[in-house]
Design a protein around this ligand. Structure first.
Ligand SMILES: *Cc1c(COP(=O)(O)O)cnc(C)c1O
Ligand SMILES: [Zn+2]
Length: 501
């Protein structure tokens, strides 16, 4: 729809005017830095950063109701820069001009209600929000659209040139980084570091297809992360891991979309996310906090972070109820089918601690919870979800398993409505499904395939195995008739079909 057809009072707000004064703030020593440079950690103390808007209070001069209308009308626009995460421009990157924004179709992912059968199994009303329906098939595109739009803005402003973008990845960050960087060819070249044999073939094919330099490194993600950190300290490269605070800003859009899709009424809403490097849960909490502070929503959803018992440092940290006594200890990860979250030393841990603390404080009660699930539960719930019309990856299965656990622990009650994050598309992780179905899953995963969830193809052969059609060698018409009759009888028998009378 065209702007002139919107109500007169909302028209002046539709195209965002550049406002805001963003700055980096260190979570360790509170030092602040201007955003005219790419910074990942505090130059003084080495801690991670968050980006804040010095003029955030000016956003409160517009009423919450008006913001709701702005976003709702923007949803009808056909301006590419405002179709994705930058629909919430003022809350994500208020200093990024529209013509520096990269839109590859990210964001506005569907919220799909589970059918009655699955809801009654889980014990609570719930929806999946399918972030696998992003362009590179994971939520990472939200953060990458933000980080690369910022870099494009620096390029357009002639502040930087010839960027080499690098990241370490459990698979999806590299797929996303390579995709967005390839759109900015030749201004940006990308290089990705992957733990050797620890990403799925689909995830490996993605950055290769986008033309990135792909380096496979022996070890696990945490080892790759150390290497890119070293590279980013010693060489002029743009780091695209979620250590980069611009990624967090973009990922906050997940919460803005939930707010908008529920008409900004979030009472009794519970949001369940899997935790790996902990960037996503930080962003999800931060997004709700910002909308709450600006009066756009009037309650903060309950947040549930889920970890596998094979990679659970965040869960372990919060096991200690007394916040004074908590100490963070990295864990050594074991193989996990939620491989994209298989991280023992999350980079965003200081962000989680700081943001969860204010989230609980502002909620006036404990409103952030952490649960732990087994590999068996992760795999079984992801298969169960997909047998009921979903496209959940194993991390999406992890989220659902976490919801089931939270229901059992009465953290979630039947008054609640849960939004479960399916962080990537099922087909990226279909290798785990194959191994489960073929019962070849390595024992270190500690998963026993459950016969009722196994599905394998059935090869149907005719009685005469010499009379089968082959490439370039069709059967004679009579032989094909016999073949078709024979095969259809066998299929009908398998399906218990009774012939039309
Ligand atoms: C990256 C990723 C995660 C973990 O997100 P963090 O921000 O690292 O906690 C979960 N699921 C998928 C599919 C991912 O790609
Ligand atoms: Zn610092």
């Amino acid at each position: 729809m065209k702007i002139e057809n919107f109500p007169k009072d909302i028209q002046p707000f539709i195209i965002p005017k550049l406002k805001g004064e963003l700055f980096y703030q260190c979570l360790g020593c509170d030092a602040t830095y201007p955003i005219d440079k790419l910074l990942y950690v505090c130059p003084k103390c080495g801690q991670v950063l968050l980006i804040h808007n010095r003029k955030f209070d000016e956003l409160k001069k517009v009423s919450g109701k008006t913001w709701q209308q702005i976003f709702d009308y923007r949803r009808m626009l056909n301006i590419p820069a405002l179709k994705g995460i930058y629909r919430y421009h003022e809350f994500i990157g208020p200093n990024i001009p529209l013509d520096s924004i990269i839109y590859l179709g990210e964001g506005h992912t569907p919220i799909v209600e589970a059918n009655n059968r699955l809801q009654s199994k889980v014990g609570v009303k719930f929806y999946y929000k399918n972030d696998g329906q992003n362009p590179s098939a994971s939520f990472k595109d939200r953060g990458m659209a933000s980080a690369l739009s910022y870099i494009k803005y620096l390029i357009d402003s002639k502040l930087v040139s010839n960027i080499i973008a690098i990241c370490a990845s459990t698979g999806d960050t590299s797929a996303s980084a390579a995709l967005y960087a390839s759109y900015l060819t030749p201004d940006i070249k990308s290089a990705v570091l992957l733990p050797y044999k620890k990403v799925t073939p689909q995830q490996l094919s993605q950055p290769l297809g986008s033309g990135a330099m792909v380096f496979e490194i022996p070890g696990v993600f945490d080892d790759c992360m150390k290497i890119v950190e070293k590279l980013s300290e010693e060489y002029p490269v743009a780091l695209l891991n979620s250590k980069n605070a611009w990624r967090i800003l973009g990922q906050e859009s997940y919460s803005y979309e939930i707010s908008q899709d529920f008409e900004y009424e979030l009472k009794n809403i519970v949001v369940v996310v899997p935790i790996g490097n902990a960037g996503n849960i930080s962003a999800v909490m931060n997004g709700f906090l910002k909308f709450y502070e600006a009066g756009i929503i009037d309650s903060l959803p309950k947040i549930i972070g889920v970890q596998s018992e094979h990679a659970d440092p965040v869960f372990q940290y919060y096991l200690e109820p007394n916040s004074e006594k908590r100490v963070f200890k990295p864990v050594t990860v074991k193989p996990s089918v939620a491989q994209a979250a298989m991280i023992g030393n999350p980079v965003s841990m200081p962000r989680v601690i700081a943001i969860a603390n204010s989230y609980n404080k502002i909620s006036g009660r404990q409103n952030v919870f952490f649960t732990q699930v087994t590999e068996q539960e992760i795999m079984d719930w992801s298969l169960e979800a997909n047998r009921n019309g979903h496209i959940a990856c194993t991390q999406g299965g992890e989220s659902l398993a976490g919801l089931v656990k939270a229901v059992k622990q009465k953290i979630v009650t039947d008054q609640d409505i849960a939004i479960v994050d399916a962080t990537a598309h099922a087909i990226k992780f279909s290798g785990f499904q194959d191994q489960y179905f073929q019962k070849t899953i390595d024992k270190d995963y500690e998963i026993e395939p459950n016969q009722s969830l196994i599905n394998t193809p059935l090869l149907v052969m005719p009685d005469d195995p010499n009379k089968i059609p082959a490439q370039g060698k069709p059967l004679s018409s009579n032989d094909f008739k016999i073949f078709a009759k024979d095969i259809s009888c066998k299929i009908a028998a398998e399906l218990d079909l009774i012939k039309n009378s």
